[in-house]
Design a protein around this ligand. Structure first.
Ligand code: FES
Length: 322
């Protein structure tokens, strides 16, 4: 399992109408592990309830971590717990930061956020401003009063700009295209974070305008609908290259569940293909990718990884680097 540490809830702060930011400090008062914008942590809210939250705010400040959680009417437990139960002084176990959404070197960066998707992009924006990298942040929310980090985003920037767009004033991402997206630029990288529909829509628009997929980076907050009914799945086999052990994966089981049953350690967190904890290098075989954590380029690269918690095989056999 990945390294964990104990933190205390240092404060909860309202961020717009529906969001709470949570400040976490090390239990021993010391520095927390370093992180880069785009990183997330697993937060063990209570027994059996583990959620991934992006770190947000100033990535150079090591005495606090900040996360921000939206109130979600469809909550599977995490949002409800943070909003209704979490209190200052409470002790939590978290993982070390893990970054599957890092900033790449760029001449300019376009940041496109919707709703609580602002959290990793707000950290990116702060790092870009501090590093003198030109940026443009476009942040879409439903209405005035909804935006998180409002006063910081309204502050003047030396190296970029921030615009907040309100759907109920006619600027929903469905009918608004940021100016910077109109012309593809070779040295510009684009980062999108928010609901899947928002990211798909803007990605499609960018691709149609000539942006290469390699310059578009996304992070989903909810798993895509993955897998079909079990009856349509095929059985396949998996061999672990280091031990030579071989396992059959039935139609209704995940690779991770079969391996764990056989006492093979599999680092698991979200178990939904969202966090990357279980990504494992594939040496041979064709993967049927079901995760949302890897990009299309990563999924089709010659050096592939498979999410053991959800993905399957298109070939009869997979050889895994474990
Ligand atoms: S456990 Fe999160 S992607 Fe597999």
């Amino acid at each position: 399992m990945s390294e964990t540490l104990t933190v205390l809830v240092d404060g909860l702060f309202r961020q717009g109408r529906h969001n709470l930011s949570v400040s976490l400090v090390a239990e021993n008062g010391g520095l927390l592990p370093a992180w880069q914008p785009g990183a997330h942590i697993d937060v063990h809210l209570r027994a059996g309830l583990v959620r991934q939250y992006s770190l947000t705010g100033d990535s150079t400040a090591r005495h606090h971590y900040h996360i921000c959680v939206a109130r979600d009417a469809q909550s599977r437990g995490g949002s409800h717990y943070v909003h209704e139960t979490l209190r200052p002084g409470q002790r939590l176990t978290i993982s070390a930061p893990r970054n599957l959404f890092p900033l790449a070197p760029a001449g300019k960066v376009i940041l496109l956020a919707a709703g609580i998707g602002i959290t990793p992009l707000y950290a990116m924006m702060q790092a870009l401003e501090a590093g003198s990298v030109p940026f443009a942040l476009h942040y879409y929310v439903k209405q005035r009063g909804d935006a998180a980090f409002l006063s910081a985003l309204n502050a003047p920037f030396r190296h970029g700009s921030c615009q907040i767009w309100y759907s109920d004033e006619g600027h929903s991402p469905r009918c608004h295209l940021p100016d910077e997206l109109r012309e593809p630029a070779g040295s510009t990288q684009v980062y999108l974070c928010g609901p899947a529909g928002f990211m798909t829509h803007l990605q499609q628009q960018a691709l149609a305008l000539g942006w290469p997929a390699s310059q578009l980076h996304t992070e989903a907050f909810k798993p895509a609908a993955i897998g079909g009914p079990a009856s349509t799945e095929e059985t396949f086999s998996v061999t672990l290259a280091r031990s030579g052990q071989q396992f059959t994966i039935p139609a209704d089981r995940t690779i991770a569940s079969v391996l764990l049953e056989q006492n093979v350690a599999v680092p698991l967190s979200c178990e939904m293909g969202m966090c990357g904890a279980c990504l494992t290098r594939v040496i041979e075989g064709e993967v049927d990718h079901r995760d949302t954590v890897q990009s299309a380029a990563e999924k089709s690269s010659s050096d592939q990884a498979i999410a053991l918690c959800c993905s399957r095989a298109r070939s009869a056999h997979l050889l895994l680097d474990m």
